[in-house]
Write a protein that binds this ligand. Structure first.
Ligand SMILES: Cc1cc2nc3c(=O)[nH]c(=O)nc-3n(C[C@H](O)[C@H](O)[C@H](O)COP(=O)(O)OP(=O)(O)OC[C@H]3O[C@@H](n4cnc5c(N)ncnc54)[C@H](O)[C@@H]3O)c2cc1C
Ligand code: SF4
Length: 465
């Protein structure tokens, strides 16, 4: 019986070794393990797993092909709806999506859908290069995409396949958005993202790097220079701060800056790369999401001796993926739960030397449904540190809304877009991903990119807004 075979574990680098390198932590399945895991799938007639996938991958379909020894066919099935399978196989919160709804989850352990997706995508990348196919831009219409994160890249792939001429404008010097500047190498190797970008280029998509839209060039300039539609996918890259004393001391980073310096600007290979980063002996990371885990684990790999996660709720409320929390624990990150910083303390040279925290207890659930933290009077205490990293979330960058007349935004500055068509208040302009929803997930951004591509095609085919 398929459900008697236990879920196959993925081997991973030993914690004692991996804290000294930036190589990927999970090592992937071999062929036998992948086929064995695939054989656990019951091929349900009503595959509930698919309902949990924001881009509706034909999950039993790809698993069947894999089980029958045809990983390339499995890849083709996934690619019908997902243009970044190697990325999703690594970073999607499968435990809350497809795997949560797998029927086997009710009785025991769900099929390891994410691990199988990763295996199939890696097989194709390492052996076949099936994805590198040119498509003709036969529609005679041009679409501009602003931002090369998962939303922008997905829309670019779908639109190119439909026959549009697509140009992606990216402010940074590398394409990929958070996938390259935020998520560290040990969770998502950068050559995998580059492979997906190269596949898009091979299809005919033009990628213009170091092109910030909203300064010298605006959305209106793009529309008047021959682009028939614009998709704004600029993400949520504006760091939020705690707004407590001492936050501008030297040695206090936003997670964005810290991770960008390390990942994109290769600070971890200083002096080979000329990007310095303060490597403290004792580092405090404030926050409990994936960004906080990534920052803490990066600090450890950069040589810090003690790394704290300071989080104001309990572990149960942490928004980070469970497996990333577990990996951080295995690596020796120290969790200071139900704890909140109240001020950073500096030395005479203006460098951070400590953080004062207060103990918290949990009250009633707040608007997000999580139990709200309440400070415990008189429970203040001090932790000596020499670096602090603030990872409490990101807001939308205001550049495009400010320089695009007629583009409606919410109070928080997110662009307002129809959830089905991604149409904004401005004719010809669509928006999706984190810039619309606020910080969310890779697959949700990809889902928005897919919807936008479909709606852009309809608009450009019919002229109806
Ligand atoms: C450290 C970190 C870890 C994460 N871990 C996970 C995870 O494990 N799983 C998961 O599902 N999600 C994770 N997320 C969230 C996920 O990465 C985002 O939800 C997703 O990347 C959003 O995609 P996007 O395309 O909307 O925007 P982004 O990926 O933010 O891409 C936007 C791009 O637009 C560019 N841009 C911005 N303004 C302009 C402009 N004016 N002109 C030109 N270009 C511009 C930016 O430079 C950027 O490259 C993580 C996020 C972070 C920061
Ligand atoms: S629900 Fe689980 S067992 Fe059923 S098809 Fe999906 S992955 Fe296979």
């Amino acid at each position: 019986m398929a459900d008697k075979i236990p879920r196959q574990k993925m081997p991973q680098q030993d914690p004692a070794k991996r804290i000294h390198n930036f190589n990927e932590v999970p090592l992937g399945y071999d062929e036998n393990t992948a086929v064995l895991e695939a054989s656990r799938c019951l091929q349900c007639r009503r595959p509930t797993c698919v309902e949990g996938c924001p881009v509706n991958i034909n999950i039993p379909g790809f698993i069947k092909a894999l089980k029958e020894g045809n990983p390339l066919e499995a890849f083709a099935v996934i690619k019908q709806t997902n243009s970044l399978p190697a990325v999703c196989g690594r970073v999607c919160p499968q435990e809350d999506q497809c795997e949560k709804l797998c029927v086997l989850a009710k009785k025991g352990e769900p099929v390891a859908i994410g691990n199988l997706e990763r295996y199939v995508a890696d097989f194709e990348r390492e052996k076949e290069h099936y994805a590198f196919q040119k498509v003709k831009a036969e529609k005679g219409k041009k679409v501009a995409i602003i931002g090369s994160g998962p939303a922008g890249l997905t829309a670019a792939g779908d639109l190119a396949r439909m026959g549009y001429s697509v140009t992606v404008f990216e402010a940074l010097h590398k394409a990929g958005g958070v996938l390259v500047y935020g998520i560290p190498e040990f969770r998502l190797p950068k050559d995998i993202v580059q492979y997906e970008v190269d596949a898009l280029k091979a299809m005919g998509v033009t990628i213009e790097l170091s092109r910030v839209i909203g300064t010298a060039e605006t959305v209106n300039d793009l529309l008047s220079s021959g682009f028939d539609a614009v998709f704004v996918a600029t993400g949520a890259g504006l760091p939020l701060f705690l707004d407590i004393p001492g936050e501008n001391l030297q040695g206090v980073y936003s997670a964005n800056e810290y991770l960008t310096r390390s990942n994109l600007m290769k600070a971890y290979r200083f002096p080979e790369y000329d990007t310095p980063i303060v490597k403290g002996d004792r580092v405090a990371v404030v926050g409990g999401g994936n960004v906080a885990m990534d920052s803490a684990r990066t600090a450890l790999r950069l040589g810090s001796k003690e790394v704290y996660i300071i989080y104001r709720r309990s572990k149960k409320e942490m928004p980070a993926r469970i497996e990333e929390v577990e990996r951080a624990e295995e690596e020796g990150i120290i969790f200071k739960l139900l704890t909140n910083p109240v001020r950073f303390i500096g030395d005479e040279k203006g460098r951070i030397k400590a953080v004062e925290c207060i103990q918290m207890e949990l009250g009633e659930p707040d608007a997000s449904g999580r139990r709200s933290p309440i400070p415990v009077k008189g429970s203040e205490f001090i932790i000596d540190i020499d670096v602090a990293i603030i990872a409490i979330g990101n807001g939308p960058n205001p550049l495009i809304p400010k320089t695009t007349p007629g583009l409606d935004t919410t109070k928080r500055g997110n662009i307002v877009a129809d959830p089905q068509t991604m149409k904004t208040s401005k004719r010809g302009v669509f928006a999706g991903g984190d810039i619309v929803t606020g910080a969310a997930t890779v697959i949700q951004a990809m889902g928005a990119g897919k919807k936008a591509a479909k709606a852009i095609d309809e608009y450009l085919s019919t002229g109806v807004w």
